[in-house]
Design a protein around this ligand. Structure first.
Ligand SMILES: [Mg+2]
Ligand SMILES: [Zn+2]
Length: 276
């Protein structure tokens, strides 16, 4: 297993549109959406829109059919499959919802490539109505991050993933995204990690406005082919670096072993500096 965790945003990263807007526009509810948007948080509005569509007689199948038509570049499908076969651990962190994401991933045969989907809960209730809830229940308590919308701080999710994978040794992260909500997790990445902002969109603009705040190496992309090319290049490059590093560690551990007192023997491999 490669020591690389690839974290994808979903809307405008895996698919080439915003799934919320796509469904609302496709099912003819754009005017109501725009009218209500100033009055409630986006995530709550999506639940309200699903209720509206249901009361207009729109079925869950119509919503699913609409999602299946959402544009997804074939090169992104190839990139996801290649990253997986190179041994990367793929995850999604998205402010869409579970029903939308699962419907689209299943339609393209991509469900099994991801070890985790972090998103807002979404499920069909007993009346056949899609309900969408916040990932973070902001009515009970705030998540405390000013950069993020009340229902989801992607930075907190990244921190949770970072600490959960730590037990298997040092992992390197590649984070791909486009939106404002992807900035907070990008700030949590460290040396040796990569962030791939989609060019000319809000994440890219935020990073460009103060590049010194980002510790990860920045690699921009614009379209599906480019996402695939950059991602696979970074995975290959990291894997070469990692194998060179572990070879160097082995050699250096071997040399040190001969001169070290036995008492510090068990601390050896973990305390060696990692050359960059
Ligand atoms: Mg996005
Ligand atoms: Zn945040």
């Amino acid at each position: 297993m490669a020591g690389i965790v690839v974290v994808f945003d979903f809307d405008k990263t895996i698919i080439d549109c915003d799934s919320d807007n796509w469904v609302v526009d496709d099912l003819g509810a754009t005017d109501l959406f725009n009218e209500l948007l100033p009055t409630m948080p986006w995530n709550s509005l999506m639940d309200r829109m699903m209720e509206e569509l249901h009361s207009q007689g729109r079925t869950i199948e119509e919503i699913a059919d609409s999602l299946k038509r959402a544009p997804l570049h074939p090169q992104i499908i190839t990139a996801i499959k290649s990253a997986y076969s190179l041994g990367c651990d793929l995850r999604i962190v998205s402010d869409a919802n579970l029903f939308f994401i699962e419907t689209i991933l299943k339609h393209h045969g991509l469900m099994d490539y991801f070890s985790e989907i972090n998103t807002n809960p979404g499920f069909v209730d007993e009346e056949g109505k899609l309900r969408i809830f916040p990932y973070h229940d902001f009515k009970t308590a705030s998540h405390g991050c000013d950069l993020c919308p009340p229902n989801m701080c992607k930075g907190l999710i990244i921190e949770r993933i970072q600490s959960s994978v730590l037990k298997d040794g040092k992992k390197r992260f590649i984070y791909l995204g486009d939106g404002k909500g992807d900035y907070c997790p990008s700030l949590k990445l460290g040396d040796g990690d990569y962030v791939m902002p989609r060019k000319n969109l809000p994440l890219w603009e935020l990073i460009s406005s103060n590049p010194l705040l980002i510790k990860a190496e920045v690699h921009e992309w614009s379209y599906g082919e480019e996402l695939g090319r950059v991602l696979i290049h970074l995975i290959n490059k990291t894997q070469i670096e990692e194998s060179t590093t572990s070879a160097a560690q082995l050699i250096s551990a071997d040399c040190k072993f001969q001169t070290m007192p036995l008492s510090s023997h068990d601390a050896l491999p973990r305390t060696l500096p990692v050359p960059h």
